[in-house]
Design a protein around this ligand. Structure first.
Ligand SMILES: *Cc1c(COP(=O)(O)O)cnc(C)c1O
Length: 726
């Protein structure tokens, strides 16, 4: 068989040369994004998680074809970079960014005309080191966009060889313009078949003319050394959208705000609108009613997804602080559109996003109810489009081989709807055996990796001052490791207090008694970062580290807890495929969706979860996993986040009541356990993927698509209706 090497080419553009796509594909996509009809979408997100070590279609093809060098210098340069270059792009902190990346990959797979805008953080997001005495230590992340394959610094078409720079409107207290200039990076998010791409436009403010205080605020994702730095970072994102689109010629009529971080954009759209009507003197000539009318016109261009009911997820800034960072006309608009009833001295940017859009989406059915409760004035406009994950990113290579070899799943890469046919496979002994085997291989890989890490940490004790984060690193022989045939439970996500990482360790005696009664063994594998400014979140990590030896001794070594430092997408992919169950224990209803459990489901791994977020829709009466915890009515009490309201005792007791049943199923009725895996494929794979999610969003985007694309999207949208209307 001769390998298809048509991808092994470059496309030229006024902005530079891009590798891995044909000229025709580039011209077609760019042509649509710059078409005067504006029939495209620009997607705004503070973070985008799309690491190359979990999805990298060009490199995969190079390796498949055995190509490691090129016959002309340009090709050779790109091929070597793609094969050997770094694979981490640390421009994300957690679920929001990973969702953005997954969404853009599906947009590309579905051939939708979309461009994304975000920032490029020179220091990325922090790297996590964990020490048993100190807990989490935040370290600087070293990364080099110049060396990273698929990232291109755009060139100025008028001055070849010089990087393109864009001026962002930024004003001080006296309305004097501050020079905020950014270089522009492009990451091509390629479709799996390389026949389409979504350009991610990443603004990099680390240029010398930009004042240091702005550069510093843009250096690191969710830089939170001060409220001021946070406000600046948000402004840089929102204020960049119009100038970037103008400079690159992107004409999208629809702009999608992924969370409200970039909502400052609407201030600029309103100003543009007024300038068209009143000319350059608009700030003096426009009345409040004119501003409101302009906002109504701008509304038609904005689609907004709200991602969390948790307070820390919403942006409020002191009016005084904002006066130092923005034009007085901006503040006038904010007075009219971003009032905060609870905090009259602040601007509320979530309220602004709520007010100025034509579609507001919550990220699950339950989250829709919660959001309606939180924003009663906008309840009528809030709909639900339940999140998903990019299945091609999250299915492990072992599982992918199985899906490829299963005739019922033919076409699963493009149409996750085929997984419904898994129902037919429930009685197929060959399939059951193959699934069991693929799963076991993934578990062995995970456990081997963890065991290697435990030894490495122990050895590092001699060369660094870090005390190993895991108690097992201090033990010898069989005590100091995990076993792949023990029941293995995974938990990994950001360490925010509402996610209650320590919930199931509330009563270690009870846990020990359960294991002893059934003579059960269990591995717990944990991972996750806490934002460096989140003291309670960091305390949770410390607590997980601290309870390891007590858990080990109280259970005579039958329960072992390991924490993997520096959680990222690669760790996530290994964990979701390798564990026997994925644990999710947030305080209901504060987890708007959650996506890590969906990644497990794509591999057939059952969830053990609170009835919150997506699990309300993915639980299917227990055929796909287990539920526990108090299903509180959605009222103001339920939304409380203070420690007293987190229901630890109740929900932990509910978990302990359930656990023996789960362990008995795993150890004594393995066929029944495997049934749950198969039903995850049948019920959850077709729904909780970003292909289906993107297809539901397309309705809000109002795109005119070619018939063939529209038909394909309609069939994906038909897989589910997130917005269940009463
Ligand atoms: C999927 C993912 C998350 C999100 O997990 P949730 O359970 O939705 O909170 C966070 N971080 C990484 C690295 C992920 O891959």
């Amino acid at each position: 068989m001769t390998a298809d090497t048509r991808f092994c080419t470059t496309a030229a553009s006024p902005w530079g040369i891009f590798f891995g796509i044909g000229q025709q594909v580039f011209d077609q996509v760019w042509g649509q994004l710059t078409d005067p009809a504006g029939n495209s979408v620009t997607y705004i997100s503070m973070e985008i998680g799309a690491d190359l070590d979990v999805f990298h279609p060009v490199r995969d093809r190079l390796l498949e074809a055995g190509i490691v060098a090129g016959d002309d210098p340009t090709l050779d340069f790109h091929i070597k970079k793609f094969v050997n270059g770094p694979t981490k792009i640390p421009n994300y902190s957690g679920g929001l960014g990973v969702l953005a990346g997954d969404t853009l990959k599906s947009f590309a797979d579905l051939r939708l005309p979309v461009a994304a805008i975000s920032l490029l953080y020179r220091k990325g997001y922090f790297s996590q080191v964990v020490d048993s005495r100190l807990g989490q230590i935040a370290c600087r992340t070293e990364w080099h966009p110049e060396q990273t394959p698929g990232l291109y610094l755009l060139q100025d078409p008028e001055r070849p060889g010089t990087p393109l720079e864009i001026e962002i409107p930024f004003f001080d207290r006296n309305d004097a313009q501050v020079p905020a200039r950014a270089q522009v990076w492009l990451k091509l998010e390629l479709a799996g078949d390389l026949q389409w791409f979504v350009p991610e436009i990443l603004l990099d403010f680390s240029v010398p003319v930009t004042p240091e205080w702005i550069r510093n605020a843009a250096d690191q994702l969710y830089e939170a050394s001060s409220e001021r730095a946070k406000a600046i970072q948000r402004r840089l994102l929102g204020a960049s959208v119009v100038p970037v689109m103008q400079r690159l010629g992107i004409t999208s009529r629809t702009i999608h705000l992924n969370e409200q971080h970039g909502v400052v954009l609407v201030l600029h759209l309103i100003a543009e609108e007024l300038r068209r009507k009143f000319g350059d003197e608009y700030a003096i000539l426009a009345s409040d009613d004119d501003i409101r009318a302009a906002a109504d016109a701008v509304r038609q261009r904005v689609v907004y997804t709200i991602h969390t009911p948790v307070k820390a997820g919403h942006d409020r800034f002191e009016k005084n602080l904002y006066a130092e960072l923005s034009h007085s006309f901006c503040q006038r608009i904010l007075q009219l559109l971003a009032a905060d009833a609870e905090h009259p001295g602040m601007f509320n940017f979530t309220a602004l996003a709520m007010r100025v859009n034509r579609a507001t989406n919550a990220v699950s059915r339950l989250h829709k109810l919660v959001t309606q409760k939180q924003f009663p004035a906008f309840a009528g406009q809030i709909t639900a489009i339940t999140n998903g994950v990019h299945h091609l990113t999250w299915v492990s290579p072992n599982r992918a081989r199985l899906y490829d070899a299963t005739p019922q799943f033919a076409g699963w890469r493009t149409d996750p709807g085929v997984f419904r046919r898994a129902v037919e496979l429930k009685k197929n002994a060959g399939f059951r055996q193959a699934l069991r085997q693929a799963w076991q291989q993934d578990t062995e890989h995970l456990v081997r990796t963890v065991n290697r890490m435990l030894v490495e940490h122990r050895n590092q004790m001699l060369s660094t001052w870090i005390d190993p984060p895991n108690y097992l690193s201090h033990l010898e022989g069989d005590d100091g490791r995990l076993f792949a045939d023990w029941y293995t439970v995974g938990f990994a996500r950001r360490f925010s207090t509402y996610k209650r990482a320590d919930l199931i360790f509330e009563d270690l005696e009870r846990l020990a008694a359960i294991l002893k009664a059934g003579n059960f063994r269990i591995n717990f594998i944990y991972a996750g970062k806490a934002h460096p400014a989140d003291e309670p979140g960091k305390a949770l990590i410390k607590e997980i580290i601290d309870l390891q030896d007590e858990l080990f001794h109280m259970t005579n070594g039958a329960a072992r807890l390991v924490f993997i430092p520096n959680y990222d997408m690669a760790v996530a992919r290994m964990m979701v495929a390798g564990v026997h169950a994925w644990l999710n224990s947030p305080k209901r209803p504060l987890e708007a969706s959650g996506t890590s459990g969906m990644k497990a489901a794509m591999n057939g791994v059952p969830n053990i979860s609170i009835m919150d977020g997506w699990w309300v829709e993915g639980y299917h009466n227990g055929t796909t996993g287990w539920k526990f915890g108090y299903e509180a009515p959605i009222d103001d009490t339920a939304l409380r986040e203070d420690p007293d309201a987190l229901l630890y005792a109740e929900d932990a007791a509910s978990f302990y009541a359930l656990l023996p049943e789960i362990l008995e199923t795993f150890y004594h009725r393995p066929e029944e356990y495997l049934d749950r895996a198969i039903m995850n494929l049948a019920y959850n794979c077709p729904i909780f993927n970003t292909h289906r999610m993107a297809a539901e969003y397309v309705h809000n985007y109002r795109l005119n698509l070619p018939d063939e694309t529209a038909e394909r999207l309609a069939s994906l949208a038909a897989l589910y209706q997130s917005d269940e209307r009463p």
